[in-house]
Design a protein around this ligand. Structure first.
Ligand SMILES: Nc1ncnc2c1ncn2[C@@H]1O[C@H](COP(=O)(O)OP(=O)(O)OP(=O)(O)O)[C@@H](O)[C@H]1O
Length: 305
């Protein structure tokens, strides 16, 4: 379990985190999402004791990270570019294993897990970004941890690598582990994470299972006359946003939107649930007024259903 409560931090006069509060629970992969500069890395650095918060607290397995009797229970990958470029992958892992009093054979096992056995004798300086990420993951796995804290682990991985990462992380979560990973790549996180925490401008703007975060009832719709549909949705008290090229995103389930379109006499061209789009909207802050922002919308939705 990772518990973060009220983290607030400034660099000089610049506020970077404001009251950041969330949990990452065992048996789950929690995605920590947000645009560049929203404070994800700073939060992770505070959690593992590499940065100090001005206020608030962060605990891992019930204690501050630095107070853990056995920090090997927590695997961390914050910067895969930090490995010495002149060492081989095997040397890098064996050195860390020795520092952490972990048997040397574990380095070989972790190289195998991340698919780097063949490249184990190669210098890290010759590695691609994706290979460095794999090495970083191997490093995080050395202590056979119960908790993984990963900053942008999918960075540089090809689609096959992302699939492999998903299998690796969900396997750890299935065995009772806690995984917290940051990313600004929404599609990856949506596929990997069970729950998401969305940070924007140093504040948590949403958290929960994907469907909870997005209201679970967002859909994308386009009709023969989207302006006419917009007017009909407004009359029905439903929140919507016009999309740049065509269509709208609406805070309601498809049958309700379809009914509104039919009552307005409009031919529907496209109507589908749109969880990916809505999560992206939440992260970048372009979501239409959500149900929580507009109880009228929610009531109208319920009434029509
Ligand atoms: N050591 C530092 N000194 C001053 N400002 C910092 C420092 N570290 C981070 N910041 C600032 O804090 C803000 C949040 O940065 P942070 O790296 O936590 O964001 P992020 O969400 O991880 O972004 P990214 O997705 O680009 O990695 C940024 O405006 C950044 O410039």
């Amino acid at each position: 379990m990772i518990r973060v409560e009220g983290l607030t931090k400034s660099y000089g006069s610049r506020s970077v985190l404001t009251g950041v509060t969330f949990d990452a629970a065992p048996h789950a992969v929690t995605g920590f999402l947000g645009p560049n500069g929203s404070g994800k890395s700073t939060s992770l650095r505070v959690i593992v004791g590499l940065a100090e918060a001005d206020r608030g607290s962060a605990t891992v397995l019930g204690r501050r990270f630095r107070d853990l009797p056995d920090p090997r229970r927590v695997g961390i990958l914050l910067d895969s570019g930090a490995f010495h470029p002149g060492r081989t992958a095997r040397e890098t892992l064996r050195l860390s294993a020795r520092l952490m009093s972990i048997r040397a054979q574990r380095a070989e096992e972790c190289l195998e897990v991340v698919g780097l056995s063949e490249a184990a004798g190669k210098r890290v300086g010759q590695f691609s970004l994706g290979m460095r990420q794999r090495l970083g993951l191997a490093h995080a796995l050395l202590g056979d941890p119960e908790v993984l804290i990963l900053d942008e682990p999918a960075n540089g991985l090809d689609p096959q690598g992302v699939r492999w990462l998903r299998t690796l992380l969900s396997g750890l979560a299935d065995r009772g582990g806690t995984v917290l990973l940051s990313s600004h790549a929404l599609s990856e996180v949506e596929r990997i994470a069970d729950r998401v925490v969305v940070l924007r401008g140093g504040e948590v703007v949403a958290s929960g299972a994907g469907a909870e975060v997005t209201g679970g009832t967002w859909c994308r719709v386009s009709t023969e006359d989207d302006q006419a549909l917009a007017r009909a949705l407004s009359s029905a008290g439903l929140a919507y946003r016009m999309q740049p090229h065509h269509g709208l995103v609406v805070a309601a389930v498809p049958p309700l939107v379809g009914t509104v379109a039919r009552d307005a006499g409009l031919v529907v061209h496209e109507l589908c649930l749109s969880p990916q789009l809505s999560l992206e909207d939440v992260v970048v802050g372009t979501a239409p007024a959500s149900a929580s922002e507009s109880s009228l919308t929610k009531e109208a939705t319920n009434a029509r259903l």
